[in-house]
Design a protein around this ligand. Structure first.
Ligand SMILES: [Zn+2]
Length: 313
């Protein structure tokens, strides 16, 4: 009898370990859908925002910096058009289910370089509509090239969550960490900010105290539990940003949950994120939930991390 119980217990543990090992694939399978979810109701905009059409909004940070919002998407997302005298960068390209190009063309007649912060489907939708596309140069991405055509992997893209097939893009420029791009009378810097994914970047306009974060930080739950997320990278980047960015830098983020208008955070939010990451690493706070395990960062931000015994410190 004891032997049967022991064998059953070992069997259950083995099944449990197997399920945990494939926890991310199981979660993706559970969350996969054939099509995007219905659009959210139109909401009231902030004073500086306006509707471009029924779907996109436009906000203005300054005369050369515009925010293209998709507030009706299930996870509202914001892309940034950063213009110089001679050309512009579109940092993030939004969801695949609508066409962002007319919005961009209504704001600038300069050549536009499309630069995704990372390859999740809500940041690279519409990328194929652009002639000039730049990606961070990594050995993994180079290995995925077929001639000058790049296709993300399922894990890099995650579009199955809303029924999107894997896209392909013609890459025209490779970016490196720290590289500066001269837009004419305005220079921006590429900053490698892994954590959410292992290939994420942000864009820094030092002269204007603007830092465009991608998904490194935003108001809401930060996704640090994906298979290509890293808590130790998250912490290293926070420490680096606190050493590098002036205290008055404004952080323009790609998402927001509860606030209206363009999502802006401050350097104190990165301080809070660093403190939380250190406390998680040192076992000084316990999270709630299992996969992901959630830790509070401050009143606006949570950190969603992997199951504690799988965390990569
Ligand atoms: Zn993302």
């Amino acid at each position: 009898m004891l032997r049967i119980l022991l064998i059953s217990a070992i069997g259950l543990i083995a099944i449990g370990a197997g399920l945990l090992h494939f926890r991310f694939d199981l979660a993706v399978a559970a969350l996969s859908a054939d099509s995007p979810p219905p659009l959210l109701e139109k909401r009231e905009l902030s004073a500086s925002e306006r509707w471009f059409d029924d779907y996109y909004t436009i906000d203005t940070i300054d005369e050369r910096t515009h925010v293209i919002g998709e507030p009706r998407a299930s996870g509202p997302v914001f892309s940034y058009l950063i213009e110089g005298r001679d050309r512009a960068i579109l940092f993030d390209i939004g969801y695949p289910s609508a066409n962002i190009l007319p919005v961009v063309e209504s704001l600038t007649d300069k050549p536009v370089l499309a630069v995704p912060s990372h390859l999740h489907y809500d940041h690279v939708g519409n990328l194929e509509r652009f002639d000039q596309i730049a990606l961070l140069d990594t050995p993994q991405r180079r290995a995925q090239m077929y001639g000058d055509i790049f296709s993300p992997t399922h894990t890099q893209y995650l579009g199955s969550a809303e029924g999107h097939d894997i896209p392909s893009w013609k890459i025209t420029k490779w970016l490196s960490d720290g590289e500066t791009i001269d837009l004419g009378d305005r220079t921006i810097r590429v900053v490698f900010t892994p954590g959410h994914t292992d290939e994420s970047i942000s864009i820094w306009d030092e002269a204007n105290n603007q830092f465009f974060t991608g998904d490194y930080i935003y108001e809401g739950p930060l996704y640090a539990f994906l298979p290509n997320s890293s808590l130790s990278d998250y912490l290293k980047v926070a420490e680096n940003l606190l050493l590098t960015l002036p205290r008055e830098t404004k952080l323009y983020t790609a998402h927001r949950m509860n606030i209206t208008g363009t999502p802006v955070l401050e350097m104190r939010d990165i301080v809070a994120l660093r403190d939380t990451l250190e406390a998680v690493r040192d076992g000084d706070i316990s999270g709630t939930g299992f996969f992901p395990t959630r830790y509070p960062v401050n009143e606006r931000i949570d950190l969603d991390a992997d199951i504690p015994w799988y965390q990569d410190w």
